[in-house]
Design a protein around this ligand. Structure first.
Ligand SMILES: Nc1ncnc2c1ncn2[C@@H]1O[C@H](COP(=O)(O)OP(=O)(O)OP(=O)(O)O)[C@@H](O)[C@H]1O
Length: 278
């Protein structure tokens, strides 16, 4: 991989900068319309956003089969949604549409803002792909760099930016590495030499560094041993406090304690809200 304008040591020198100074401010005060009612005593705004998928159908170009059929659901910010269903039902196809990797044939995907009492505020805004992070199945298969640092910063601007840009990038990197618990790992280490669980942490850090609002995970526990699986579940629990997670998985029991809403994808690409069948 080519050079990145920040070395590991220079990045670590930026540790003391607060991400709240250089990073994107968090979307709202944590006011969980769902968790506590602080707003009744303090005058704090409890508006919240919801990611909304409305009547989405998808037929791949040049084919005559709909892989998704009128899919509608919504997921409020800072909640954990899980989609389950049989292999080949269309789960990954749906994730790809939400991430903006392909376009729905019909229907829309947008962000709607609500007041605490559930009234719509403002017009809906299209969900911008850069606000969505996606971690594919077996993400470690797509690692391309020789060091953890290069892997996380792949695609960053290569020209020398100003100090402010360097500080912003360093701060985001530091925050992402810390959130996934990779601080004990040398940034010069070969990503391919990490354990299975640490590779998954790295895959999450690669997405988190872009500060997404919505993080999509396709089978995050697949192929891991029991210890790494428990590790990733713990990590997702931590991440849920920071952002919205939409997960496709067959590992329902292990993820059940995190799930706020779940849906079953039926063969033919119809999505139905349904409790986890465990
Ligand atoms: N571009 C395409 N053209 C035609 N068929 C496709 C295309 N992409 C996916 N499919 C088919 O669509 C169906 C749904 O695939 P998808 O990968 O979304 O399923 P899934 O529910 O995620 O399955 P799994 O649990 O095995 O990952 C499959 O039968 C797949 O072969």
């Amino acid at each position: 991989m080519g050079s990145v304008p920040l070395s590991s040591s220079s990045l670590l020198n930026f540790r003391s900068y607060s991400s709240s100074i250089f990073g994107r401010p968090s979307s709202t005060f944590s006011c969980p319309h769902r968790r506590f009612r602080q707003a009744q005593t303090l005058s704090v705004s409890c508006d919240y956003s919801s990611f909304e998928i409305r009547d989405v159908s998808y037929r791949p170009p040049g084919t005559k089969i709909d892989l998704l059929s009128q899919v509608s659901f919504s997921i409020p910010e800072k909640s954990f949604g899980l989609i389950f269903g049989r292999s080949g039902s269309g789960k990954t196809t749906l994730l790809q549409l939400i991430a903006g990797l392909s376009q729905p044939t019909t229907g829309s995907i947008y962000v709607q803002r609500y007041s605490d009492d559930g009234e719509k505020i403002k017009s809906p805004e299209p969900l911008q792909p850069e606000r969505v992070g996606i971690v594919f199945q077996f993400p470690e298969r797509y690692f391309v760099a020789d060091t953890v640092l290069d892997e996380v910063t792949f695609g960053w601007p290569r020209q020398k930016g100003g100090l402010q840009l360097r500080e912003l990038l360093a701060s985001r990197l530091q925050k992402a590495i810390t959130s996934v618990g990779l601080t004990g790992i040398s940034l010069d280490k070969d990503p391919h030499s990490l354990s299975g669980g640490y590779k998954r942490r790295l895959a999450l850090a690669i997405q988190l560094v872009q500060t997404p609002d919505l993080l999509i995970l396709d089978e995050p526990l697949a192929g891991l041993d029991w210890k790494a699986r428990a590790d990733v579940v713990k990590l997702l629990k931590h991440l849920k406090k920071e952002l919205t997670l939409l997960v496709v998985s067959h590992d329902l029991k292990e993820l059940a304690s995190l799930v706020d809403q779940s849906w079953r994808m039926e063969m033919g690409g119809a999505l139905k809200r349904e409790p986890l069948p465990i």
